[in-house]
Design a protein around this ligand. Structure first.
Ligand SMILES: Cc1cc2nc3c(=O)[nH]c(=O)nc-3n(C[C@H](O)[C@H](O)[C@H](O)COP(=O)(O)OP(=O)(O)OC[C@H]3O[C@@H](n4cnc5c(N)ncnc54)[C@H](O)[C@@H]3O)c2cc1C
Ligand code: SF4
Length: 331
């Protein structure tokens, strides 16, 4: 492991300035992803700034209007267990509970979760396999290599990786916001615009710049929030990343869908919203399986599977349908 120094941050403005001024500084929260990447020699920060004591960033606030503000340093397990999170947005609590292990969730922060990097084995492996995310310009081993776990949407020849966060899929479906404080002050980034597609610069996972500190994630009140569900399919039942997952949330008049929100994990470099399906689902009965299936298929016309993951095209549609029906049963 590369040598590094560690110091504890207590002042937000100084913390942001230190990160903005020195490209060798990295924030560390729970350390459950960053330290693994450092051990795998996928990143080499020279100085870690421990942000855990920054004030006010661990709070979970249930707002009077029905929304939530979740501090970036709130732990995954605390958010999953919060009664108002479970009641208002079951999809968030479920997305968290299906992730990692109890011990990891106790340690891991919400900000760190949405910042975690891909689980592409070529990126994580400590060897010389070409990987544009690890070494820009070196090539993509997964494009012609083993790509069973990789993307079916939005990939480029430079990178076919998927984003691994579960709860990010729920936040994307709910049109949450990432609240970021940087050298220019605070700004709010729509969740669906926070993570990037790889294009020609897959080394950049999201739109943050140097000096940007995530302070919170805000989830506005949503009529679909209570009738929501997260479904994750993986190679083993626990302690595994998603092969394919879906976050679904529904508002209905009786059994007829008034509005639906659908996003998928394990299929793209970012949580993948099924916008065409959401439009097609309006007015469809939650009991009409054939029409629900046809509406979901509207979002898969542009799926582009790789050599080893064509099965994901069918699997993802089935997972989206099941998630939608389970959410619908909660209306
Ligand atoms: C074995 C294992 C299994 C896992 N399984 C799953 C799973 O099934 N599903 C899932 O979703 N996740 C899974 N994870 C990932 C886990 O959820 C993340 O490692 C964790 O959420 C990261 O949070 P952290 O606080 O430890 O982040 P850290 O490791 O401290 O930081 C991660 C990154 O975020 C940056 N960062 C942290 N906080 C901020 C902030 N406030 N502002 C800006 N940048 C910040 C850091 O600089 C670093 O780049 C798994 C992890 C492990 C090790
Ligand atoms: S898919 Fe992306 S992360 Fe994986 S080898 Fe290719 S460039 Fe690297």
């Amino acid at each position: 492991m590369h040598p590094f120094s560690l110091s504890r941050a207590d002042d937000p403005a100084k913390t942001i300035a230190a990160h903005a001024q020195d490209g060798q500084v990295a924030f560390i929260a729970g350390g459950t992803d960053l330290l693994g990447l450092m051990k795998d020699r996928a990143t080499f920060p020279e100085h870690l700034l421990d942000i855990n004591r920054l004030p006010g960033m661990s709070r979970i606030e249930a707002r009077p209007d029905g929304g939530l503000r979740i501090g970036a340093l709130a732990r995954m397990s605390d958010v999953a267990a919060h009664p108002q999170v479970r009641q208002r947005f079951p999809v968030i609590a479920e997305g968290l509970l299906f992730a990692a292990s109890g011990q990891l969730r106790n340690m891991a922060s919400m900000g760190g979760n949405i910042m975690q990097r891909t689980r592409c084995a070529y990126f994580r492996d400590d060897d010389d396999a070409p990987c544009n995310k690890r070494r820009p310009g070196s090539g993509c081993s997964a494009l012609q290599g083993i790509n069973r776990n990789h993307a079916i949407f939005g990939w480029s020849d430079a990178c076919v990786a998927t984003h691994p966060s579960d709860v990010a899929v729920a936040f994307a479906a709910l049109d949450a916001f990432v609240i970021v404080r940087g050298v220019q002050g605070e700004r709010s980034i729509p969740f669906t615009e926070f993570h990037r597609l790889p294009g020609g610069t897959p080394e950049r996972d999201n739109v943050l710049e140097r000096g940007d500190l995530i302070v919170a994630i805000e989830v506005p009140a949503r009529p679909e929030g209570r009738a929501s569900h997260y479904l994750k399919v993986r190679d083993r039942q626990s302690y595994e990343f998603a092969l394919v997952s879906a976050a679904a949330a529904v508002a209905a008049n009786g059994r007829r869908i008034r509005s639906a929100r659908l996003a998928m994990g394990g299929v793209a470099h970012k949580p993948w919203r099924l916008s065409a399906a959401e439009v097609a689902l309006r007015g469809v009965s939650l009991d009409d399986g054939a029409r629900l299936k046809a509406a979901i298929a509207a979002s898969f016309a542009d799926a582009r599977p790789l050599e080893h993951n064509a099965f994901k095209v069918e699997l993802a549609q089935r997972v989206a349908l099941r998630a939608l029906q389970t959410a619908g049963a909660r209306t």
